[in-house]
Ligand binder design. Structure first.
Ligand SMILES: [Zn+2]
Ligand SMILES: [Zn+2]
Length: 144
């Protein structure tokens, strides 16, 4: 998805879910690591982590856009825009945004070798009947 398409998607979700215009910029930020998106108080821009789309999919990205738009609209309206604010919680539930921006780590599957204890993190699920530990060929167990 190009940045222009991202911008359009955010504008569309803002109109459809909030009935309000998104009049600032939405950009990809490849440097975001553990978070799916963020709202910048200083210039009202929204930044999104391209890994969300890559690893979690469009539905998850849309939920994160809704989450960030809650910060955006509430902040511009001088209402409670922080996670702990009642305004924020209410609006987030109403529009169906993700409760928190999911940690990218959640997309990972963590395995541990049952013989030597070596740990592995993989984006995809492994068939543990076919793939063993790279060090000792022991059986891998899914941790999370
Ligand atoms: Zn947030
Ligand atoms: Zn091992």
């Amino acid at each position: 998805m190009t940045e222009k398409e991202l911008q359009h998607l955010v504008e569309k979700i803002s109109l459809e879910s909030f009935s309000k215009k998104f009049a600032h910029s939405a950009v990809w930020n490849r440097r975001l690591r553990s978070t799916g998106g963020r709202y910048l108080l200083k210039n009202h821009a929204l930044e999104f982590n391209p890994s969300v789309l890559q690893f979690l999919g469009l539905t998850e990205l849309e939920k994160i856009i809704k989450h960030e738009l809650c910060h955006y609209h509430l902040h511009l309206e001088r209402r409670g825009y922080k996670h702990s604010d009642a305004d924020f919680k209410k609006l987030l539930t109403k529009v169906g945004g993700s409760r928190y921006t999911p940690q990218m780590k959640k997309a990972q599957h963590n395995y541990e070798c049952s013989s030597c204890g070596q740990q592995y993190a993989r984006m995809r699920r492994l068939n543990t009947n076919r793939f063993g530990c790279g060090k000792c060929r022991g059986k891998l167990v899914l941790l999370s």
